[in-house]
Design a protein around this ligand. Structure first.
Ligand SMILES: Nc1ncnc2c1ncn2[C@@H]1O[C@H](COP(=O)(O)OP(=O)(O)OP(=O)(O)O)[C@@H](O)[C@H]1O
Ligand SMILES: [Mg+2]
Length: 617
């Protein structure tokens, strides 16, 4: 639509010799006018969350209508109090007062009830939405996380949902209430006095048109403002996660400046929005007050001239309706602002909800009948990361691993070793070729089953806040305490855990900050011990340990590797010399393969690498 409008603009400008600019401006303001409408498909998706509570929603709508109607009868009751209540016979007019009191009470009760019901729905819906969103986010693949950025996802999960909640639990019901009140009050005003109504309404277009323009502009600013907020929180998140790096590099001044710049931009965007909102409120309020004064002035003149045409009570009634109408209008300006703010937030939420993960279980995927033995085959694999499609990082790699065998991947940094493990775990799908386990292609296995057969000790160990115990338990949450402690013993976690005051229950700090690199690695290995799966992947699992501890741990690892298919990645050849098969990789290719003794003889590069490491070699 945008492009056709621009095209139309161009033609129009070309066709008119004068006033092209003006025309252009007019077209763009018409376009803005049309874009003001709330995106209906987004609205539909948000409302889908209300569906489970449909009955309650209808009921609260009913209460809402009831309370609005109730408010609309009040002025009539007030008129009777005014016209018939001011007499000396106190007994005969008491019922006017009683009716008025009852109506007011009912109005208060129904308003409170409506407010409770609607808030309930809003809170409920947003709780559901958050859970659904989080569960959805967990299924995204790595590539999607790389593009989306964690900080931004978090901002959507927290800030945007709150904005939408505000709208659901308040703005929508206020919107409906105001519409009812505007229609009702307007009709009643005409019923009371056509003459005064016309006078009052004459002032409305003067308010409506400028208000409309301001509202449109406000909407654009609102989305821009929120995008900026998301961006700045994403930046803050990234910096804080690596605070020690920021401090070590004395990067704080730059961080401060960058952050305050993005905060400042967000502030300016919000400020502009608030200013427009202020203008809007002023326009509407001033316009309506002017209308009021006019009506009051003329009305009191009419009453004094000819009380048969309009009584004092009727004037009061008319004014009361005009107040209801005006407050509904003023409220409307606020609500439209809110709804627009929410519409930006909803768009981002729905975008996230509709994102389809590309790595999912195939529909025809089946679990293998027999228990997994652990034969792994990479056949003619080509792969490039989705974010760098033109740079192939794995080319024509074929590797066959028999059940229970151990295979070592060695080679220079960036050769593609870790990438191969990621492909086996199906963090990414291969571009060409086939990876299979026990003869079944891994993309034909349910994803959770595939990953369930693998224990993975990553190159960059991830520790969560919590205790050492909880961190090991992460590997297999159903394990007993004894099993966890046993795994800890095997992975030599006990070596340091037993010295700590709370032992395995010692808290490790966020991302395990209170542990050394080697200690974190041992916890990661303990997870693998606990997980007890037929396939084991170790990516530089012992690289942070000192030589003595590494050797000790190797003995346990050998125990762990028994009866499992293992792929080990290591730069230190000493740790992989015993492997059944060593694969030497270079630039994504397999350069040569074989046992250590063969490679030393057959592969120049391997020999060179070995001679660098075993000086006496
Ligand atoms: N997420 C990613 N997106 C794009 N390219 C990536 C990504 N991860 C790794 N690469 C690139 O893929 C290539 C292989 O990386 P990989 O991590 O597999 O190397 P490696 O052999 O494990 O190296 P190292 O021994 O340093 O761990 C590198 O050139 C790297 O830049
Ligand atoms: Mg690596």
């Amino acid at each position: 639509m945008r492009s056709t409008t621009t095209e139309a603009n161009r033609k129009l400008r070309a066709s008119s010799k004068w006033g092209g600019e003006k025309l252009n401006m007019m077209i763009s303001s018409i376009r803005r006018f049309m874009l003001t409408k709330v995106n209906t498909h987004v609205l539909a998706e948000i409302l889908a969350f209300v569906k489970p509570y449909k009955k309650l929603a209808y009921f609260s709508l009913f209460v809402l209508v009831l309370s609005s109607l109730n408010l609309l009868v009040l002025p009539v009751s007030a008129r009777y109090v005014m016209d018939y209540g001011f007499v000396h016979d106190i007994k005969n007019n008491v019922h006017y007062y009683i009716v008025f009191a009852i109506l007011t009470t009912l109005s208060a009760i129904s308003t409170a009830w409506r407010s409770y019901l609607v808030s309930w729905i809003g809170e409920r819906v947003i709780a559901d939405m958050r859970s659904k969103l989080f569960s959805k986010i967990l299924s995204f693949d790595l590539n999607q996380f790389e593009t989306l950025k964690i900080g931004e996802i978090l901002s959507r999960l927290t800030t945007d949902t709150v904005v939408v909640q505000g709208t659901l639990s308040n703005s929508i019901s206020m919107l409906i209430r105001n519409i009812i009140q505007i229609i009702g009050a307007l009709s009643m005003m005409f019923l009371t006095s056509i003459y005064l109504s016309l006078v009052f309404l004459a002032s409305v277009p003067l308010i409506f048109i400028p208000a409309r323009i301001v509202v449109t502009r406000q909407r654009d600013l609102s989305k821009a403002g929120q995008d900026k907020v998301a961006l700045s929180s994403s930046y803050a998140g990234e910096t804080l996660f690596a605070i020690h790096i920021a401090q070590a590099f004395t990067h704080e001044p730059y961080d401060r400046q960058l952050f305050s710049e993005s905060v400042e931009t967000a502030f300016k965007a919000q400020l502009k929005r608030m200013r427009l909102r202020g203008i809007l409120t002023v326009i509407v309020t001033v316009g309506i007050t002017a209308g009021f004064l006019l009506v009051f002035w003329l009305g009191s003149y009419l009453v004094s001239q000819n009380p048969q045409v309009i009584t004092q009570g009727q004037l009061l009634q008319f004014i009361a309706y005009a107040i209801i109408l005006a407050s509904a209008f003023v409220g409307m300006a606020d609500i439209i602002g809110e709804v627009q703010k929410a519409s930006g937030a909803s768009e981002r939420l729905v975008e996230l909800l509709n994102l389809v993960p590309t790595i999912t279980s195939n529909k025809e995927a089946t679990k293998p009948q027999a228990p997994i033995k652990g034969a792994i085959s990479f056949k003619d694999i080509d792969f490039s990361y989705p974010n760098r499609p033109h740079r192939q990082v794995i080319s024509n790699v074929s590797i066959d691993i028999k059940p229970g065998q151990s295979v070592a991947l060695v080679g220079h940094s960036g050769a593609g070793k870790s990438t191969l493990l990621q492909l086996l775990l199906r963090f990414y799908d291969v571009d060409k070729g086939l990876i299979s386990i026990d003869g079944q292609p891994i993309n034909m296995m349910p994803l959770d089953f595939l990953r369930g057969t693998i224990s993975f000790v990553p190159q960059e160990v991830v520790i969560f806040s919590g205790s050492i115990f909880e961190n090991i338990l992460y590997g297999f949450p159903e394990a007993t305490r004894d099993q966890v402690l046993n795994a800890g013993r095997m992975a030599m976690v006990s070596e340091f855990a037993d010295d700590l005051q709370d032992g395995y229950d010692t808290l490790v700090g966020e991302r395990g900050m209170r542990l050394s690199g080697g200690q974190r690695q041992r916890i990661a290995i303990a997870r693998a011990f606990l997980r007890d799966t037929p396939i084991l992947l170790l990516d530089e699992a012992t690289s942070n340990l000192d030589a003595k501890n590494e050797r000790l741990l190797q003995t346990s690892l050998k125990e762990l590797m028994k009866g499992r298919t293992t792929i080990v990645i290591a730069h230190r050849l000493a740790t992989v010399m015993q492997a059944d098969q060593i694969i030497f990789m270079q630039h994504g290719h397999v350069l040569s393969r074989g046992k250590h003794d063969d490679l030393v003889v057959n592969c120049e590069k391997y020999k060179h690498l070995a001679s660098l490491q075993f000086i006496d070699g």
